[in-house]
Design a protein around this ligand. Structure first.
Ligand code: NI
Length: 193
C-alpha cells in the first residue's frame, strides 16, 4: 500500500509542473523518479507510421499540443523555429516533433498546413484518439478537452518541450517561454552528449 502511494505521489508531482495551456510551467524537479517517454504508434504528416524507434539515432525535442491552440502552441513553435535557426546546421542533428493531442481535428493534412508556418524541420505526429492517449501517457503529458461557449472546444495541455538523447532517454524539459539563451544552451548540451 505504502509503495503504491509513493508511486502515485511521484506521478502527481511529475504532472504538477505541467500546467494548463494558458499557464507557464517550470522545470521538473522529480524527473529522475519518473520515467518519461515510452512506446507509441502514431502517423506523421504524410500518414506514414511512426514510433519511438523512429526518433532513435538523433536527440529529440518533442512537444504535445494542437493546431487550434490559441497561444501556447504557436508561441512554442515560434520559439522552436528560432532555436533551430540559431543552431544553424546543427539543427539537422535534432528531431523536432510536435505531437497532436487533438486527433479529431488534427489530421495529417491539417498538421502539414499548420506546421508550414514554422521551421520545415519540425515534424508533426497524430493518430487515433487511443494512440494519442497512449503516447501522452507514456510522456506524462496532461491534456483535457474544455468545451467552449457556443460549441466547439479547446484543450488544456502540458506546455514543456521534452528533450531526449539519441538513445531515447529523457534528459530534461525546456520550460514554456524559457529565455532563448537558456533554451539554446540546453539544446547545445543535448547535441554535444
Ligand atoms: Ni497549445
Amino acid at each position: 500500500m505504502r509503495r503504491v502511494l509513493l508511486v502515485t505521489a511521484a506521478v502527481l508531482l511529475a504532472a504538477a509542473p505541467l500546467a494548463a495551456c494558458s499557464r507557464q510551467d517550470g522545470a521538473n524537479p522529480v524527473r529522475s523518479l519518473v520515467k518519461i517517454g515510452g512506446p507509441f504508434s502514431l502517423i506523421d504528416m504524410n500518414g506514414r507510421p511512426v514510433s519511438e524507434k523512429s526518433l532513435l539515432g538523433k536527440p529529440t525535442a518533442i512537444f504535445f499540443g494542437f493546431t487550434y491552440c490559441p497561444e501556447v502552441c504557436p508561441t512554442t513553435l515560434t520559439d522552436m523555429t528560432a532555436w533551430l535557426k540559431a543552431l544553424g546546421p546543427d539543427a539537422d542533428k535534432l528531431n523536432a516533433v510536435f505531437v497532436s493531442v487533438d486527433p479529431e481535428r488534427d489530421t495529417p493534412e491539417q498538421l502539414r498546413l499548420y506546421l508550414s508556418n514554422f521551421d520545415p524541420r519540425i515534424q508533426g505526429f497524430t493518430g487515433t484518439p487511443e494512440a494519442v492517449a497512449k503516447a501522452a501517457k507514456a510522456y506524462r503529458v496532461y491534456y483535457q478537452k474544455v468545451p467552449q461557449d457556443g460549441g466547439g472546444y479547446t484543450i488544456d495541455h502540458s506546455s514543456s518541450v521534452y528533450l531526449f538523447d539519441a538513445k531515447g532517454q529523457f534528459v530534461e524539459p525546456i520550460a514554456y517561454q524559457a529565455p532563448p539563451d537558456r533554451a539554446l544552451s540546453q539544446l547545445r548540451d543535448l547535441l554535444s552528449r
